[in-house]
Design a protein around this ligand. Structure first.
Ligand code: CA
Length: 521
């Protein structure tokens, strides 16, 4: 089967090379020529969205570029990754292939010849993509395949640093006469007071001082930051690697992490942390704050601060506010939750595409100011108006029966194609106090880890070992936090030995090799 696929791919490459024109040196009109052109596209997103030629945004793009796209992804498919894999295995690729979280596969198939290398095309015909993607070293490194080529135009995330952070019940602090905690020790005292002094005033000791519902509760473990340890190198990947002094590292084997987990386990035992933190589920935030039981959390700012509007009538005085990260045990103030700059999603040009120039011009158009407004905000006059040179959403978006982002996706905007998400899109849906909270937080955020592409061989080592290692890490650390096993020198050494027996060192080696290669390019 595999041989057959490679055979087909090789054939596709030959056909493409034979049919492609020699690119001429010319100044490209970023809108492309308006001569009519039809192309096919595979677009399957979020397990439910397939490309529609009559999306209002698709029609606007068609008016501007003359290009009509026809979707080929099956309407009946309900699993985006599966639909993508099936199409790739069939070898029958449309002109454009959108992908979601599968950049590694796109690079692999690209190196086998199924997708066109885009470096020269971007250089010649896509100045706006060049500016947003190639000229940004982190993004370029992230998308470059192990052979040094680029096969996909990425989804570049809005330029906002702030992701998740600390939030606390200001009305509880006021009621107990407490100040905003500024150090890890002050935070401990505040949480003890929340536990013991009945801030919800019902006469019961029913308060849950700290809760977190995200990542199945694991966001709570960012408490180790306050004890001087990293938790994850990036927001993009769950318990990611990080880089220090040119070396790829993983926090979960370091002494600082051991100390941090010991302290978190202590807080858990003291009932400062939600006893059901790992099983509370995604709605836990609404449940515990809505029951007037939770005092503090760590989560996304916009959706969490929105609880103020939701509960202001039910819980008089309810006032959840963001606070700066408390100083850690070393006196440092920092936060490692940095919004990803780029996702492993975007779109690629298949090798059999007969008009790569026109295609890359179309792709470039969504990076121009006017094209970017379409894919970010929708249709001018209907979904947004221009005010003082900036797009402002209309009530059609803000007061729709659907959530704003769901409405935008239903018209073909904010879809995970290769585009640059505009920070004003998020600001436009958020209240000024949330924007202020997010802006104030930015100064504390440290840089995240942007991993270099693994070669096919390295990826095999990673895939063979890492999922089991990562699961084992979580299993063991969870035991220590919940107190079903004590974390001491003996259990820690046993844990490290077990990780090594599972291939931890081999994975670190391939990560380091990939990183060094990526940094040389
Ligand atoms: Ca109480």
């Amino acid at each position: 089967m595999k041989k057959k696929i490679i055979g087909i791919l090789a054939l596709l490459v030959l056909t493409a090379c034979g049919g492609s024109e020699t690119p001429k040196k010319e100044v490209s009109d970023t809108k492309g020529s308006k001569e009519k052109k039809e192309m096919t596209i595979f677009l399957h997103s979020m397990n439910r969205i397939v490309y529609k030629t009559d999306w209002p945004v698709a029609k606007e793009l068609e008016k501007a570029t003359g290009v009509t796209l026809k979707g080929v992804a099956p309407e009946s498919a309900t699993n985006t990754k599966e639909a993508f894999n099936l199409m790739m295995v069939s070898g029958d690729l449309p002109d454009i292939v959108q992908y979601e979280e599968t950049l590694t596969d796109v690079n692999k198939y690209g190196m086998q010849g199924a997708f066109m290398p885009l470096n020269d095309l971007i250089d010649k015909y896509a100045p706006d993509i060049k500016k947003a993607v190639i000229d940004n070293p982190d993004i370029k490194r992230f998308i470059t395949a192990p052979d040094g080529k680029i096969y996909g135009i990425p989804y570049v995330v809005a330029d906002l640093k702030t992701a998740q952070g600390w939030m606390i019940r200001q009305d509880w602090l006021d009621k107990l006469g407490l100040k905003t905690p500024t150090t890890v020790d002050e935070l401990h005292d505040v949480l003890v007071a929340f536990r013991d002094r009945d801030p919800n005033g019902n006469g019961l000791k029913d308060e849950i001082p700290f809760m977190s519902r995200n990542r199945s509760g694991w966001e709570m473990l960012k408490l180790v930051n306050l004890f001087g340890s990293r938790m994850s190198g990036s927001e993009r990947t769950f318990i990611d690697f990080y880089e220090k002094d040119g070396k790829v590292r993983h926090a979960w084997v370091e002494p600082e992490f051991k100390y941090g987990v010991q302290q978190v386990a202590k807080w858990y035992k003291e009932k400062l942390i939600d006893p059901e933190v790992f099983t509370r589920g995604g709605k836990g935030r609404e449940v515990l704050f809505g029951a007037n039981q939770a005092g503090m959390t760590r989560d996304w700012f916009a959706s969490t601060l929105a609880l103020n509007g939701l509960f202001k009538e039910k819980i008089p005085g309810f006032n959840l506010v963001s606070i700066a990260p408390p100083k850690d045990v070393n006196g440092k103030q920092w936060d490692e939750s940095r919004r990803a700059k780029v996702q492993a999603s975007g779109w690629a040009i298949s090798a059999k595409n007969k008009d790569p120039k026109r295609t890359i011009e179309y792709m470039n158009y969504v990076f121009t100011p006017e094209g970017s407004r379409m894919v970010n905000f929708g249709v001018e006059g209907t979904d947004y108006i221009m005010k003082d040179g900036k797009p402002v959403f209309t009530d059609k978006v803000l007061k729709n029966t659907m959530a704003p982002v769901d409405y935008l996706r239903s018209i073909g905007a904010q879809i995970q194609i290769g585009f640059k998400q505009d920070a004003d899109y998020e600001r436009g849906m958020t209240t000024p106090d949330v924007i202020k909270a997010m802006n104030d937080y930015e100064q504390y955020i440290i840089d995240d880890f942007t991993r270099g592409a693994l070669s096919v061989e390295e990826q095999k080592v990673y895939d063979k070992n890492w999922p089991a290692i990562s699961n084992y890490m979580q299993e063991r650390v969870q035991k220590w936090i919940l107190g079903s096993e004590e974390l001491n020198d003996k259990t820690w050494d046993d844990y490290l030995a077990k990780l090594n027996s599972m291939g931890f060192q081999e994975v670190m080696k391939v990560m380091q090799a990939a990183q060094e290669r990526a940094e040389k390019k």
